[in-house]
Design a protein. Sequence first.
Lengths: 414, 248, 320
Amino acid sequence: MAPAPPATLRPGPWQWLRRELFGSRLDGLISIALLGFLLAAALGLAKWAIFQAQWTVISANSTLFAVGRYPLEQQWRLWLLTTLLALATGLSWGLLRALPRSGSSGPPPILWPRNDRWAAAILVLLALWRPLALQLTLAIQLRWWAITALLLLARWAAGRWGQALPPLVRRLIPLIWPLLYLVGMVLISGGLGLVQVAPSDWGGLLLTLLMATFAILLCFPLGVLLALGRRSTLPLLRWGSLLYIEFIRGAPLITLLFLGQNILGFLLPGGLAPDRVWRAAWVLTFFAAAYVAEAVRSGLAAVPAGQLEAARSLGLSMPFALIHVVLPQAMRVALPATVGQFITLLQDTTLLSLIGLLDLLGTARTVMANPAFLGRNAEVYLVLAVLFWCCCAALGLGSRALETRLNPNLAPSR
Amino acid sequence: MTTPAAVMIEARGVEKWYPNGFHALRGVDLTVHQGEVVVIMGPSGSGKSTFLRTFNALEDFQQGSIEVDGIPLSDDLRQIDAVRREVGMVFQQFNLFPHLSVLDNLTLAPVLVRKLPKQAVQRRALELLDRVGIAEQAHKYPGQLSGGQQQRVAIARSLCMEPRVMLFDEPTSALDPEMVQEVLEVMQGLAQDGMTMVVVTHEVRFARQVAHRVVLMDGGMVVEIAPPEQFFSNPQHERSKQFLRQIG
Amino acid sequence: MTSRSAAPPWWRNRRYLPWLVQGVVALAVGVVVAFLLSNLLLNLTARGLLLSWSWLGQPAGFDLAESILPFDASLPYWRALLAGLVNTLRVVIAGLVGATVLGTLIGTASFSSNGLLRGLARVYVEVIRNIPLLLQLIFWYFVVFLALPNGTDAIQLPGLVLAKSGLFLGDPQLVNGVWQAPLRFSVEFGALLTGLVVYTAAFNAEVVRGGIASVPKGQWEAASSLGFAPLVTLRRIVLPQALRVIVPGLNSQYISLAKNSSLAVACGFTDLYSVSETTLNQTGRAVEVMLILLGSYLVIDLVISALMNGLNGLVQLKER
C-alpha cells in the first residue's frame, strides 16, 4: 500500500478548485465564461419558474397525467394495486438486504446501511413534498403517506425477520412479482367480477408504465431466443433470426407502430385483431426484442466455447447447459446493454402519442389543446422531462448496482 | 497382465474429416483396458486431442467405431448422453464455471444429471475437494484460485460424477511451471486408485512413472504403442526417435 | 463385446435431429406466414385494395408545407412522396454534420484539463440521453421555436434573421412586416434539426470519448515528451488513432439519426413519413405505402453503412 501523501500535499478544496478551474490562463477564461453562463441560465430559469410559470396546469390535471380517463369510481383498484406494489417492494428490498449472498462469508448484514437510509429519506421527502406540490386534497395526501409508511414498514420487517424465514418461503418470495403482475392486470382491466375498463380509457403514467413493463417482460425472453437462434449452428434458425433482427433494426419504430395500426387488421381474420392499445404493445415488444437480441448476442459471444464443452462433457443436456452455464455468464456481460435497451424502450413509449394513444406525452398534448391551458407548453414538457429523466436514470443506476452485485470482483476463469 | 482386464475403450479405424476437408484422423485404433493409464503424445496438429475428444463425442467422426464401457458411440443421442455420464474430462483451460462457487461447480452436474439429493452430493464434493487438497476453498469462486488449484477443482468436478474413465486434454499445458507438480500428483493418486485414464500430455516424467502404455500419434495416425520403459529407451519407429529428440 | 446396435430411432438421432428441429420451425413459421398472408389477400380483395401501384400517378390533392422540389396539389402522389424523401434526406444530412461536430466537441471536452468543462460534458450526456427524443423535439418546436418573436422583434444578426416565420439567410429584408431572404429555413425544419443534433450529439460524444480513451496513455506521454501542446497532440496524434474505434461506433448512431428523423411529424415537418401518413389516409393503400416507407429507410440505412464502411477502410491503420 502506498504511504499517504503528507498533509501539506493533499489538496484542500481551494487548491482543488484552483487546479481544476484555473490551471492555466485559458482554463481560467473558460471557467469564468462557463460560470457566467451557468449563473445566467440558473437565474433565468429561477425567474421563469417563480414569476412566469403557472404550475396550476400540472396540479389541475394531475389525475389525468396519472391515469388518464380511468373511471373515477374504479380508481380504488389502482390505489389497491399501488399499495400491493409498495408492500412487495418493501418486502423484496428488506430481504435483499437481510439475506447474505449465497456462498459469501462477509460480515453479517446491517439492517439499514447508509445507502438505504438515503433511499428511505428521499422516499419520505418525496412522499411529503409531492402531494403538497401538486396541491392534492388531504384525503389523497393521506393515502400517499400511508402507502409510503407501509413500504418502509415492510422494508423494516423483512430486514428484521427475513433470516428467520424457512428456506422454502424465501425461495417462493420472488414469485410474488409475476403473481402481482397478473393481479395488477386484472385490477387494471377488470374481469373476475370487476367491472371492465377498456384499454382506451387507460392513459397517462399508467399507460406508459403498463406498456413499458409489458414490452420489457416479453421482449426479454423473445430476445434471448432470437440471440440463441442467431448463434445457432442450424442454418435455418440462424438465417431466420438474422433476417428478423435486421428487418426490425432497419425500420424506424414509428413506421412499425403505423404498420401495427394499419396492417395488423388486414393480417388477422376479422374480429381477431387486438385493440389499438394492445397492438401497439405487441409492436413495442417485437421491436425491442430485436435490439435485446443483439445485446444478448454480444454476451453469448463473450462466453468461451470451452464452457459449453465442459458442461456437455459433464453430461448436461443442451437446455441444461444453456440455462445453468452459458446464459448466466452471457447475461452478466449483456446486462448493461440490455438495461440500456429497456431504458430506450421506456423512452420509446412516447411514440404511442403519435398514433393517437394517450400515454404520458399523448395526455400532455391533449391538455395543451385545452384552451384553458394554452401556452403552458414549457411547464408541462419540463415536468415530463424531469419525470422521464428520473425513471431512466434510476434504471441506469439500478443496472450498475446489479452489475456490481453479480460480479463480486471475480476474474473469469478461462 | 495375467488376467485380461475388461475393455473400457475400444476404438477401431476411426476416420475424421473437418468440415474444411482436413483429414484429422486416419484410421486410428486403440484399446484401453479397465484400470489402465494410457498417455498419448505427439507433435501439435497430430490429432491427439481430436482423438481424445471423440471418446466423449465432443468431436464426431465419419468412419470407424468407438465403444466406451460397452456403449457404442453412434448417432443415438441417448447413447451419447450415457457415454458422457461415464466419462470425465479435464481440459487444458480448466473450463470451470466462473459464475458458480467451487462447491457449486462440483455439485451442478450430479444434481441435474444424476438427480442425486443435493445434501449427499455436497458431502461427496467436500470429500473430493479434500482429496485434491483444496477443501478450504469450497466457497470461493474459480477466479479467486490459482491455476493449479483451478485444475485440481476441475479434476474433482469430473470425479464428482463418479466416472468410469477420465480423459485429460493437456491438463498442465496452461499452468505456470511451479503449479504443474501439484496437478500431476493428484493425477498420479487417481491412477494408483485404479482409475482408467487417457492422458494427452507432454510431461515425459509423468508418462514414465504412471503410464502403462504410451501412444505416439503423428499426422492423424498412431505411430507406436509401447510400455513407457520401452518407448522412451528403445523406440521402434524412426518418427518416435525423432519426436523424442525434439522434446528431449 | 456388444455388437453395434441398430440405427437409433429418428427422434434421438444426432444426424437427423437438427433437420427435424429446423423442419418443425420452418413449418411453424411457414404456417403462420401463410395464415397471415392469406388473410391479407382475402381482406384486401374484399376491399378492392389488391396490390397496385397505379394510384401513385393520380394527383395528390394535398399541399406540402415545404419542399425544395416544386410541388402543388395537382402533382401526383409519387411526386409528393419524392418531395418528402428529399426533405428527409435534407434533415438527415444536415443532422449528420451537426451531430458529428457537436458530438466531437463534447466528447473531447470530457478530456479537458478544466474540471468545469469536463463536468458539463458529462451532465450534457446524462441529461440528454435520459429524456425521450420525441419529448425533446416537441419541446424545441413548441417551447423554443414557436416562441420566437416575429417582425421587427426578430433576432437580427448581420446577414441572418431568426424569427417565428423561419431562419432567413443572406441579406434578409422586412417587406410589409414579413421577412424575406434568398435562403429560408422553416422553424419546423429548425426544430427537428436542433432536436436531432442535440440528441444524437450526446451519443456521438460517448462514442468519441470511448475512442479517445481507447488510445494508450503512452501515446499522450510520448507526444508531450516531444513537446507537442495538448490540443495539437489531440488533433495530430490521438484522434487519428481513436478514429479506428470511433468510426464503427458512429455508424450505428448515424443510422439511428436517419431513423429518428421520422419523428419529424411531431414538429410539423413534412418528411417522408408524414407525407406517407397523409397519402395512406387519402388512398387507404396501407400495404404499398408501408413497402415504400420501409424500403426507403432500408436504402438510407444501407447507404450510410456503405459510406461508413468505406471511411472505416480509410482510417484503419495500415498493418503489415
